[in-house]
Design a protein around this ligand. Sequence first.
Ligand code: ZN
Ligand code: ZN
Length: 505
Amino acid sequence: MRFTLLDNKLIPEPLLSTHKRYENKLSSLFPLFHFKHLPIQPLNQTFPFNKKMQSFIAGKQLTLAEIPFSLKTIHHHYEQGYLIYRHGVYVKDKKFICGRCRNQHQQKFASFYCIRCRGRCTYCRECVMMGRVSSCTPLISWIGPTPTRDFAKSPLCWSGTLSEGQRTASECVVRSIQLNEELLVWAVCGAGKTEVLFSGIESALIAGKRVCIATPRTDVVIELTPRLQAAFPTVTIASLYSGSSDFHQNAPITISTTHQLLRFYQAFDAVILDEVDAFPYSVDETLQRAVHQARKKTSSLIYLSATPNQKWQRECRLKKRKFITIPARYHRHSLPIPYFAWCGNWQKQLTKNKLPQNILNWIKTRLKLNKPTLLFCPTINVMEAVRLLLHKFQIKVEAVHAEDPERKEKVQLMRNGDVSMLLTTTILERGVTFPNLDVAILGAEDPIFTESALIQIAGRVGRSADFPEGDIVFFHFGKTEAMVNARKKIIEMNRGGIQRGLIDK
Ligand SMILES: [Zn+2]
Ligand SMILES: [Zn+2]
């Protein structure tokens, strides 16, 4: 869109004709990026602003297309100092910067002839999946009074009890939220980290704060929403992922994928970031910036992880990062420790339509015991080869991977007990819980099985209190550092759990 500047006010081209005295300004229309400084109007406190608009826009950064109000109404609120126009894409030190996702990688910008600004326009490719933002796109944010919130009295309705390890962590979370600090909760797989958040979220709600739980994965958003809603039955919860319809809600609790946070701007007093080490957040700077942009300047940030990266672990050791560990599961049993089983050149065997004998024996034993079993494979191709081979032996298995449209149904088949063995890529390394599970990895030496992936995979075993044990075996053709370190970390966590009296045996 093109704008003109008059009396230190921006006026969008479509509204120019309604202003008679501005007609002579037609020659001075420019795309937004032309204006280095975008003026902010002083707040007219007596202006009867639109409450619906306030609720919709506050805490967000939206394009005109995303706002269900007319340009006239929007601009009127700008003139009265309730909204600002920010640059979509702008130039600083001869470099393009995206105002929405903060992308600065020049190769991730592209130019095109734009009919809106009638010239060459540059857009950001990094966040284009959220709708195109270009150098003539205004990003609109609310700067008027923030929506008033009912201060909840005692919103938490949860009758469970926390384990000792959970309770200590929960107290730290409460304190960090109250003091607007950062904290890493380093909890083993199956520690029961969701319950650890409840008191902290409650204390935030009582203080009238707005809370966001963000996670890289849609599955987690969908799984967490009903659990949080059950714990806070009277509180509105917005559940945001690609395809959800809760976007309009200015809710006290927002559960969101990290992607969806790109539309937020200084919105939350407390952000809880689940699985910081999980793909794609761990590798995607844009998502990391989205989280920082969605926080208020004064706010708390709680990170949850079972497998923080090396850098973070070092920062914890050097006391440069505030953290609390939960080294034991809520059911007070130690974590099952993986064992290594050499299986020779399994790839060569597969080309001959064979599986190494020890793997085949292991599989047959599980089937005899009728135990639910996961076999992780390094690639889809390997997985397919194994599946065909097992079919030859009349062994019924299903196989799942990230792009599998029937993924959810197949996981459900396993839950129902209709199939006892699933072959999988690393897609199931997180988030799934099957009681009484045994797990093996074929080709654990493959680089896709990083230390954290191996810890997560091992973390699938023994999660339920009824079946706290299970088999976890790394079949390999040569040990890797990742395998050795993963095993070491699990043993260390168990030791920590015993020292703190959080494990019974
Ligand atoms: Zn962008
Ligand atoms: Zn344009």
